[in-house]
Ligand binder design. Structure first.
Ligand code: PBG
Length: 351
């Protein structure tokens, strides 16, 4: 049998090889499978790795005690009461997960048009932050800044006569950020997509003496169907008046994401985020390459639901979750928010 020589390769392939590996021989001298033949060599040549330090646990807190309420559209995810959340934070610390993004899940009767609870220093999320910091002192706590857990119309901002009021919303977000920082929150994560909010929140935190509080900006956040299960978790499904397309980005756009990220960096973001993650891998790569900032990816509720449903049905191997998270790292993520942090950390620990 005659093996194809390098000369037999098409001109494009040859010029690619010349450029990528000048003077390097092609098959049969080169055999890519050599470096894949056993785990020891595969591990040595691995370009990316998923570690427990890459994971940010994402989850929900509710009023009450001793509660763990399942969320049907997010199998395996529950809403924890504050005491249970504190216990979970300790378990996570034992697994090496030291960053938690906590979202308050309020009952509809606790919400109003202004999202008044957002700025109450003794609200659910502030009590949750204090409890987590006490239970797991080495853990960093991340809180969203946005009004949707608190508003009866489920929008992230003030909503009047069918419009979102940008600047009025930003004023409230600043107060929300200061209140959360006061409770001990380490990272403020504006997820609302109002214009100018990162700069305003930075100034408000600094003015309150919270110069050490980090800002993780949801810089490229898209108006996505993949947030559906999250809205179930917050009791917001079906309550949203209209949609979020006047503030969250159009999934069609990539160049616009770079402008959003550039603005948030200029306003003082310490880290930037791309959300959702998996369908937006191209955005993640562009953001990382363009700005070289600490770049986070948010594997959102719909991504979690999609993978978990297929794994539970036996259609996908359970390792699909960790594979997906590794792919996000390869795509440019320095860290990943995920509802699967605990099982993935346990699997990583087991080796
Ligand atoms: C709120 C917020 C949302 C998510 C995180 N923060 C929902 C939304 O914007 O509608 C979605 C997270 C997920 O789906 O897991 N501003």
């Amino acid at each position: 049998m005659s093996l194809p020589s390098r000369k037999a390769a098409g001109p494009e392939a040859r010029s690619f090889l010349e450029e990528a590996m000048p003077g390097a021989p092609a098959f049969p001298s080169t055999r890519m499978r050599r470096a894949r033949q056993a785990p020891w060599i595969r591990n040595l040549v691995a370009e990316n790795r998923l570690g427990v330090d890459d994971l940010v646990w994402a989850g929900f807190v509710v009023e009450g005690t001793g509660r763990r309420e399942p969320i049907p559209s997010m199998p395996g995810v529950v809403r924890y009461s504050v005491d249970e959340l504190a216990a979970e934070a300790q378990e996570l610390a034992g697994l090496g997960v030291n960053a938690l993004a906590v979202f308050p899940a309020h009952r509809p009767e606790e919400k109003d048009a202004q999202g008044s609870l957002a700025t109450d220093p003794d609200n659910l999320i502030c009590r949750a932050v204090r409890a987590v910091k006490k239970a797991a002192p080495l853990a960093g706590v991340i809180c969203d800044v946005a009004l949707d857990p608190f508003t009866s119309h489920a929008h992230d901002g003030l909503f009047r006569d069918g419009r979102i009021l940008n600047d009025e919303t930003v004023d409230i977000l600043c107060r929300q950020a200061v209140v959360q920082a006061g409770a001990g929150c380490d990272v403020i994560a504006p997820s609302d997509m109002m214009d100018g909010r990162v700069g305003a929140v930075r100034r408000a935190l600094d003015a309150a003496g919270r110069t050490d509080v980090l800002i993780l900006s949801y810089a490229a956040k898209y108006a996505s169907c993949y947030y559906g299960p999250f809205r179930d978790a917050l009791h917001n499904r079906g309550r949203l008046k209209g949609d979020k397309k006047t503030y969250q980005m159009d999934p069609a756009n990539a160049g616009e994401a770079l402008r959003e990220v550039a603005l948030d960096i200029a306003e003082g973001a310490d880290m930037v985020m791309v959300k959702p993650a998996l369908p937006y891998l191209d955005i993640l790569r562009k953001v990382k390459d363009t700005f070289n900032m600490p770049t986070f990816a948010y594997q959102v509720s719909g991504e979690y639901a999609m993978l978990t449903a297929a794994m539970e049905a036996g259609w996908l191997d359970a390792r699909a979750m960790a594979e997906t998270l590794l792919c996000l790292k390869r795509g440019g993520a320095d860290a990943i928010l995920t509802y699967a942090a605990k099982p993935v950390a346990a699997a990583l620990k087991a080796g």
